[in-house]
Design a protein around this ligand. Structure first.
Ligand code: 5GP
Ligand code: MN
Length: 334
């Protein structure tokens, strides 16, 4: 970590701390934030957690999740938590653009920031930074951060459950971005009392029926495969959102089904939101979706998992993406 000694001495006395993570928080955003919050609270700090938007219901079981202040629905308390802080943690995002209005607000406050993140191209002016793009997840980095602070003994079952959730979701249940280091960390978390079977059931086997119907609809009616480009696209329209009563988190994981096709190395999931079209990219192997997201869709992320957006409408966005395929033909067939 850059300036590890600095943050260690900064945290040697009780502080007011505000932990932030990104819009549409996923398991890693929530797990890393709550895990760090629980740890720092144990160390005697006063800690608040705030995020731009709501979390999916299938994370409702997580320790202390009710304490998260949502900027969209409670601006006043979110701003107050940020204003009161001696230090703001930025977890699991690499640029203040990723948190919209909350980012503008943080920018204006001019506070000390500690960045802990695993995305490519970090772009936050941070006093303290732990940015490691080889890490599976920000939750893995929180474990390392706690160990740098000499606090591994302080990790209890609740903290371990939070960090486990971040790791299991960001690795797709230990399928990608894994390393000997992360398996060792997960072993340590199990030693702290994590019941991995129960947690995976809570996260992955708790869907309402409508989600499986939606998946069926995607695979039968909304999937297009381009064998010569080894690419696949699934899209959802505004009407689909109404028909299937799609809520936050309901489309999680759908993009990954495309990569189950042997010949597909580049997968895109496109959704028509009220004011914006969102794109989720995934790839297998060396093909970088980060470049596609950054160059063509104002986004970014990781080599094999990125996202972006477009204001052009669904049809035009689909057309733009398909038109890009020929220029990537060689890279896709490598
Ligand atoms: P997802 O497809 O799961 O929403 O996101 C995949 C990855 O891409 C995540 O690591 C996320 O942080 C990143 N990502 C998603 N959308 C955007 C975006 O609009 N801009 C940037 N810079 N990154 C994004
Ligand atoms: Mn992450």
């Amino acid at each position: 970590m850059e300036n590890m000694e600095g943050i260690k001495s900064f945290l040697a006395v009780p502080r007011d701390i505000c932990i932030t993570s990104h819009r549409n928080p996923d398991g890693d955003a929530i797990g890393s934030s709550l895990g760090l919050a629980l740890f720092l609270t144990k160390q005697g700090h006063t800690v608040k957690v705030t995020m731009p938007s709501e979390y999916p219901v299938f994370f409702s079981w997580m320790p202390q999740i009710d304490s998260i202040i949502i900027y969209d629905t409670d601006v006043e308390h979110s701003k107050k938590a940020l204003e009161d802080a001696d230090l703001i943690f930025a977890l699991d995002y690499n640029s203040l653009d990723r948190i919209d209005k909350m980012g503008e607000y943080i920018h204006g406050l001019n506070k000390k920031i500690a960045l802990i993140d695993h995305h490519l191209l970090p772009d936050i002016n941070a006093e303290f930074a732990l940015s490691d793009t080889t890490a599976s997840s920000t939750s893995e980095l929180i474990y390392l951060f706690i160990s740098y602070l000499g606090g591994v003994d302080q990790i209890d079952k609740d903290i371990a459950e939070c960090l486990y959730t971040g790791i299991v979701t960001d690795t797709g249940s230990f399928k990608y971005s894994t390393s000997a280091r992360v398996f060792r960390i997960v072993g340590n978390l199990l030693d702290k009392g994590v019941d991995d079977y129960t947690l995976q059931n809570l996260i992955y086997n708790s869907l309402p029926e409508k989600n499986l119907r939606l998946l069926g609809h995607c695979l039968i009616n909304r999937m297009e495969i381009f064998p010569e480009y080894r690419a696949g696209i699934i899209w959802l329209t505004k009407e689909d959102y109404e028909t299937f009563d799609i809520k936050r988190g309901d489309t999680e994981g759908i993009v990954n089904y495309l990569l189950m096709i042997g010949n597909v190395v580049f997968a895109t999931f496109i959704t028509e939101q009220p004011n914006i079209v969102k794109l989720s990219f995934r790839s297998k192997g060396d093909f970088s979706v980060q470049e596609i997201a950054r160059k063509h869709f104002k986004g970014g992320g990781h080599k094999n998992a990125s996202g972006g957006s477009s204001f052009k409408g669904l049809k035009a966005t689909l057309y733009k993406l398909k038109s890009l395929l020929p220029q990537y033909k060689e890279a896709l067939n490598n």
